[in-house]
Design a protein. Structure first.
Length: 448
């Protein structure tokens, strides 16, 4: 194209490619590869944000290269069942650690890997309580919430205590909220979320077909088709372990989650090690299937190629009116990438968001009185668990740390009490045997 308008569009395309590629995150590809985790919690409150902020297009080639760099570094290009998926877009590593507290395990620290519950607790709000009121009712209410009176609030923090246990028949038949996460084929809500995310592209494609009857509309519909294809052939995931009598009778242990300073909260998980540790080991890990893995990689390549291919074809052979439509849509996509990068609405459609909503179903944000939910693949499934959360709120980081240490000291106190009980029983037994011995001697003397 030799006219000034064509040169201007080419320059605009180059600018969009540079600016958009710099801001595009890798999270859309993580959502693509694990739709059951990231796209399953569709709600009316999040529908508008999904439609505006979650189309998959624009200059995302740089983010795709970052995904491929990690896959290559983890050895996933070597062949069938080769390499490690932890730390890639298939199975992200959040980078946190946990410390096990229990007899014989003091100070043992390991990685949390892709811990679903730690991410869910991070989405819970911290309620604001009246810290300046001097009336008695306010002071009593604040004491119930675990808040101490402070003249200056430095940083509100909270201590989350999660207790895990196998769900009983009574739990499954109760009205406790149930959060489901599919580990195989995505449910209908995932497909609806994808179509809603591409609704702007669908509308434009329909208009193009109705007005110009042009096959160029396929350029707008390609991301939708690729995302639906990826969801249909998504990798299956490791499910929950089935509950057994041995698991139910396991001794509960405390797991301190070492949150990064940016989070500013404290988390303690308590429960049978088999149940708790599955979330910090292999729950949700992809089930290796080479044809599906290769297909997902091909889809990523095609999605990343849509923008450069569209840029070239639009300048070479696309009618001028369609060029304006295409470049206008690309401007919108780049703007959406900027807003979506820091938008909290994107996280509201994930499984961890579903857990947070179920725990805070009253909407008050106050969980100091405790709240229980069920989690699993099926409500009456063998792996379904019950999770109870109790939160205390504090106005200083140091106060929260002290509350956590007090909570962790329970097993030491219980161990001491158990030892005292055993010692007391031993003394009573010795005294009883001594008394029986004296009575036996007296009886022998009387017979003599």
């Amino acid at each position: 194209m030799s006219d000034d308008g064509g040169v201007g569009l080419v320059a605009l395309g180059a600018l969009l490619g540079y600016v958009g590629a710099e801001v595009a995150p890798t999270s859309p590809f993580e959502h693509l590869l694990w739709p059951n985790r990231h796209l399953s919690h569709l709600s009316l409150s999040s529908a508008l944000a999904i439609a505006i902020l979650m189309p998959m297009g624009g200059p995302i080639h740089k983010a795709a290269l970052e995904i491929f760099d990690k896959l290559y570094a983890h050895g996933l290009f070597l062949g069938r069942q080769r390499g490690h998926m932890l730390g890639t877009a298939f199975f992200n590593d959040i980078g946190w650690t946990y410390t096990l507290h229990g007899p014989g395990h003091e100070g043992l620290t390991k990685k949390t890997r892709n811990c679903l519950w730690a991410l869910a607790l991070g989405l819970l709000p911290v309620p604001e309580f009246d810290s300046n009121s001097n009336n008695r009712r306010s002071r009593n209410r604040r004491e119930e919430k675990g808040l101490a009176r402070k003249s200056t609030i430095r940083a509100r923090t909270c201590v989350h205590h999660l207790t895990f246990s196998p769900a009983t028949i009574e739990d499954k038949n109760s009205n406790l909220p149930f959060v489901k996460e599919h580990t195989k084929m995505p449910n209908i809500s995932v497909h609806l979320t994808i179509m809603l995310g591409e609704s702007t592209a669908i509308i434009i494609a329909v208009v193009l077909i109705a007005v110009w009857r042009t096959p160029w509309a396929a350029l707008w519909l390609a991301p939708l088709a690729l995302r639906l294809l990826s969801a249909v052939f998504t990798l299956h995931r490791e499910p929950l372990v089935s509950s057994t009598e041995e698991i139910a009778t396991e001794k509960h242990q405390d797991f301190q989650i070492n949150c990064p300073p940016s989070i500013g909260n404290f988390m303690i998980f308590t429960g049978p090690p088999t149940i708790v540790l599955q979330f910090m080991r292999h729950y949700g890990h992809p089930v290796r299937h080479r044809p599906r893995e290769v297909l997902q990689l091909v889809i990523i390549i095609i999605l990343a190629s849509i923008f450069p291919v569209g840029l070239i074809t639009s300048t070479l052979s696309m009618p001028r009116n369609l060029q304006y439509v295409w470049f206008g849509y690309q401007i919108y996509l780049v703007a959406a990438l900027h807003f979506a990068r820091y938008s909290p609405f994107i996280k509201n459609i994930s499984t961890q968001a579903a857990i947070a909503d179920a725990l805070d179903r009253r909407g008050s944000g106050d969980l100091s009185r405790g709240q229980s939910i069920l989690f699993g693949q099926k409500r009456h499934g063998s792996g379904t668990i019950r999770v109870e959360l109790v939160v205390t709120y504090h106005e200083r980081y140091q106060d929260g740390q002290k509350a956590m240490e007090k909570l962790l000291s329970r097993h030491v106190e219980m161990k001491s009490e158990t030892a005292d009980d055993k010692s007391s029983l031993h003394r009573e037994s010795c005294s009883k045997r001594a008394l029986e011995g004296v009575e036996a001697v007296d009886h022998s003397a009387l017979q003599a």
